[in-house]
Design a protein. Structure first.
Length: 54
């Protein structure tokens, strides 16, 4: 069969970063949101850490 549905167990975390004033916060589609960071790079690191944690 060519059509394949993704398994329900494969929980994918789709993270984005949101700028708020001079702060940047990482957010995820699962509802998680990281702490406000002064730099976008830090927020992205938070997002990466969250995405690699079950
Ligand atoms: Zn997540």
């Amino acid at each position: 069969m060519l059509h394949q549905d993704p398994p329900a167990e494969a929980r994918h975390h789709h993270t984005t970063t949101t700028d708020r004033g001079s702060f940047c916060t990482a957010r995820c589609t699962c509802g998680w949101s990281g702490p406000a960071r002064r730099s976008r790079e830090r927020a992205r690191t938070d997002a990466e850490l969250h995405g690699s944690t079950p």
